[in-house]
Design a protein around this ligand. Structure first.
Ligand code: ZN
Length: 283
């Protein structure tokens, strides 16, 4: 096996949610704030999607990680409190879903440091996890995260097991993701702005993710599912999540945990000198 999981587990699975709400649209263009129907499509996430998905997780006995932008936390503080009260972890997802490549180093540092200021009053703990909007990490982002006290990031795609990223401000655990395990590519549809034009069957997504689950069990990988409550909070999609979680449990050999728990396990398991750095092509 490529990685040593706790006990008899062959693989690990984390179900994660990015609670973008309106922020992912407003980061494209703030003028969408005046469009009531477009905003309502996004508000469905914290208003309806999160409570429904919390019920699915509770019935499955699974704890999860929710990455929350500051805008969502200020606009829907009770949603964040409900996530915490149900026993889940809350991580940082920038303030207004800003893509890091659009930010100067100082702007990015300020937004990363704001994570604890915004989330800790709601959750009672400093956020330990970060996910870049659109999974668009900058080369400098890991160092900014380590300097601000974050323990892990979940935005890169160059492996399918946890690894340790070295930075000049300390190390960070990376928990890799992939577009095929994200609900956005399956379900996102809006005429404007163009966030996607797919409305796939939940049964297709269940088949896609189950195939990856079983292959990852063979290979000893980390399966990170990423969902957005404004998309996967719809009834048939939330129901599919319940069926997927039942399949994970039925396999009997896959550790279901929060991202923070998986990061802690990686921190304790990986040798201190087993480090990587972001290695970009130099042209
Ligand atoms: Zn997002």
């Amino acid at each position: 096996m490529k990685f040593s999981w706790p006990g008899a587990a062959r693989a690990a699975c984390a179900v994660t949610f990015d609670v973008d709400a309106e922020s992912a649209i407003l980061a494209v263009d703030k003028r969408y704030a005046s469009r009531a129907s477009t905003m309502s499509h996004q508000a469905y996430g914290p208003k309806v999607g999160v409570p429904r998905l919390l019920g699915v997780l509770e019935r499955a006995g699974v704890r999860s990680t929710f990455f929350v932008p500051g805008f969502t936390a200020r606009r829907y503080p009770d949603t964040v409190r409900a996530i915490v009260a149900a026993g889940h972890e809350v991580g940082w997802h920038n303030d207004l879903h800003e893509p890091p490549y659009s930010l100067s180093a100082e702007e990015e540092r300020s937004i990363i440091e704001r994570g604890a200021e915004v989330l800790e009053p709601l959750t009672g703990v400093r956020p330990r996890g970060y996910r870049a909007p659109w999974w668009e990490l900058n080369e400098r982002t890991p160092e900014l995260l380590a300097a601000a006290g974050f323990a892990y990031d979940s935005s890169l795609m160059d492996d399918d097991i946890p690894y340790r990223l070295a930075t000049d401000a300390g190390t960070l655990i990376e928990l890799p993701v992939h577009w095929s395990l994200d609900d956005w590519e399956q379900y996102a549809f809006l005429p404007e702005p163009d966030i996607g034009s797919q409305i796939e069957l939940p049964s297709k997504v269940l088949e896609l993710w189950t195939g990856e689950l079983d292959a990852m069990r063979d290979e000893g990988c980390l399966l990170v599912i990423t969902m957005h409550p404004f998309l996967s909070g719809r009834p048939s999609r939330a129901k599919m999540l319940g069926e997927f979680l039942a399949r994970v449990r039925e396999r009997g050999d896959t550790w279901q945990a929060t991202m923070g728990e998986i990061a802690d396990h990686a921190e304790a398991t990986l040798a201190a000198d087993d480090v990587r750095r972001i290695d970009l092509p130099r042209l």
